[in-house]
Design a protein around this ligand. Structure first.
Ligand SMILES: Nc1nc2c(c(=O)[nH]1)N[C@H]1C(S)=C(S)[C@@H](COP(=O)(O)OP(=O)(O)OC[C@H]3O[C@@H](n4cnc5c(N)ncnc54)[C@H](O)[C@@H]3O)O[C@H]1N2
Ligand code: MOO
Length: 405
């Protein structure tokens, strides 16, 4: 039997680092920046007001020591105004949040510190009751980012704030490590597409939807092929036509047909075609396969839904993330006490579904060890990892826990 580490090494050797490509911002989330992002403009691009109110020259407010000061309003400056004139001495300009500061203006007076203005809006007069010091509530040009500065460095994972700053700097696209395209093909004559009626002995096909979501969650691009019955020629034909229709894929991920039954379609089809099948010392997820089919990496996951998911977490997710340049490829891990006892098979690393109580700092086993217990998996938010040489843990003993999404 292979150890988990041995099989993980076989899987990760299938991939090489993906190249850098340019993608629109709406496709960048979850990927990794492939090159430094250097600002070509200042942010903010111009000095602007942080408050709605009036802007004045400091010299025109010296009278405030004796009481309110009333000034004529010489212009109105909404956000987006592009023809702002210099502020005439002895006047105020009405100004809105985000609007450009007129030349000569030094003080921003929030509207709450005025009478709100008299006469035509943005004209007439304004009575100023008090004022902040010059410069307060003014957002300086380049105060956030200066043109020429490296805002994001190569290798940064891209999330909403990184996309936000790229857009703010005027970038419509980002250089990213290309996401891996993963073809997902489930096998099983008993399978029925969700949304259709179930016959006797049939079950709904759930692995491809689950694995597609897992691939997307890891930053990859899933391509789901229509699942196939346990028939070798049908399986091989489906694989090549789906890969061709997708315009080539970086990985073929199958589920089912890899254990010891009489109709192990994946094993039968791929054994002499470059895929090696092995038992891995883990539970669930013992039957595994990995290799290449005509040069394309192939990973064959067991069909039991929980086995499929756990195998993805243990082998596929870290390998995909590493190839796409993610700095962190593993799940966050903690070591916390168990709320109850736990048994584990000797000689196998057990990945047990669990619920982590972050407030209490404890972990609770969630359902039994059976690899068909998808309902329990769906209620779990963590996995307890029990080492191969541990067969029992008591309540209160610490366990290593992976925190899932
Ligand atoms: N004699 C032995 N039998 C089994 C062994 C063994 O070592 N000796 N290993 C068991 C273990 S452990 C696992 S895990 C499974 C793996 O089986 P396969 O990968 O060949 O998967 P199937 O037999 O096709 O299916 C297993 C199970 O999962 C259901 N399934 C499969 N695909 C899907 C899908 N896409 N969506 C939903 N459910 C699916 C299927 O109906 C079966 O119930 O083998 C054990 N047997
Ligand atoms: O490897 Mo299987 O997943 O134990 O049921």
């Amino acid at each position: 039997m292979r150890t988990v580490e041995e099989h993980a090494a076989v899987v990760s050797a299938l991939f090489s680092p993906t190249p850098t490509v340019s993608v629109p911002l709406d496709r960048a989330r979850g990927l990794v920046l492939g090159a430094d992002l250097v600002a070509t403009i200042d942010l903010p691009p111009f000095a602007n007001s942080a408050m709605d109110g009036y802007t004045v020259r400091a010299a025109d407010l010296t009278g405030l020591v004796d009481g309110p000061v009333t000034l004529p309003v010489s212009q109105d400056i909404p956000a987006g105004r592009t023809d702002t004139a210099p502020l005439a001495p002895g006047t105020a300009a009405r100004i809105m949040t985000g609007a450009p500061m007129p030349d000569g203006a030094e003080v921003i007076v929030q509207v709450e510190r005025t009478d709100g203005g008299q006469g035509e809006p943005g004209a007439g007069t304004v009575r100023i009751d008090s004022a902040p010091a010059p410069g307060v509530h003014i957002r300086g040009r380049g105060e956030d980012v200066l043109a020429g500065a490296t805002v994001l460095t190569r290798g940064t994972p891209i999330g909403p704030p990184q996309i936000g700053v790229a857009a703010a700097l005027g970038f419509a696209e980002l250089p990213v490590r290309r996401p891996l395209r993963v073809l997902i093909l489930s096998t099983g004559t008993e399978l029925v597409e969700p949304g259709h009626d179930l016959g006797p002995g049939q079950i709904y096909e759930s692995n491809s939807a689950m694995l597609a979501a897992a691939v997307a969650g890891a930053g990859g691009e899933p391509v789901v092929a229509r699942f196939v019955a346990d028939d070798v020629p049908t399986f091989l034909a489906a694989l090549s036509s789906a890969a061709e229709a997708a315009g080539g894929v970086d990985l073929i991920l199958t589920s089912g047909g890899v254990s010891a039954g009489a109709f192990e379609v994946v094993k039968d089809a791929l054994t002499d075609r470059g895929v090696e099948f092995a038992k891995v010392a883990m539970q669930p997820g013992m039957p595994q396969g990995a290799g290449r089919l005509d040069g394309t990496p192939v990973i064959t996951l067991p069909g039991n839904p929980v086995s499929s998911y756990v195998s993805f977490e243990v082998f596929v997710r870290p390998a995909l993330r590493a190839a796409m340049g993610q700095p962190v490829i593993t799940r966050p891990m903690v070591s916390v006490p168990l709320t109850g006892p736990l048994d584990s098979p000797a000689g196998r690393r057990q990945f047990r579904r669990a619920h982590l109580d972050a407030a209490a700092g404890t972990v609770t086993v969630w359902g039994g060890p059976g690899s068909h217990l998808l309902g329990w998996l769906a209620g779990a938010d963590a996995m307890i990892v029990v080492p191969e040489d541990v067969t029992h843990l008591d309540a209160g003993e610490h366990a290593e826990v992976w925190i899932l999404d």
